[in-house]
Design a protein around this ligand. Structure first.
Ligand SMILES: [Zn+2]
Length: 94
């Protein structure tokens, strides 16, 4: 068992929605109510939202992570609009 680094209480492992639609296994201190994510879970979450582009016909394509698509109600056939803001690609539903 892991202890809270502040109050040394035994941490409880829970599944929590850390952002809308994104669930993670976290360790919670029942005393401080702070929560921590272990390194493996952190890496899993980072990997969840990282995608590699690929060629599709003459275009460059990228898969939208299911968690993000579900969160924004995007499915196959949804019309989206591309814009560039501060050097970043922004894809928004029309
Ligand atoms: Zn604590």
């Amino acid at each position: 068992m892991t202890q809270c680094p502040f109050c040394k209480t035994e941490l409880i492992i829970e599944r929590r929605e850390i952002e809308k639609g994104v669930w993670a296994t976290v360790e919670v201190c029942p005393n401080c109510t702070d929560e921590w994510i272990d390194e493996t879970e952190h890496d899993r979450l980072v990997g969840l939202f990282k995608r590699k582009t690929f060629n599709l016909g003459g275009s460059i394509a990228v898969r939208i992570p299911k968690e993000i698509a579900d969160l924004l109600s995007i499915s196959a056939g949804t019309l989206v609009n591309f814009t560039v803001q501060d050097g970043k690609l922004v894809i928004a539903k029309t």
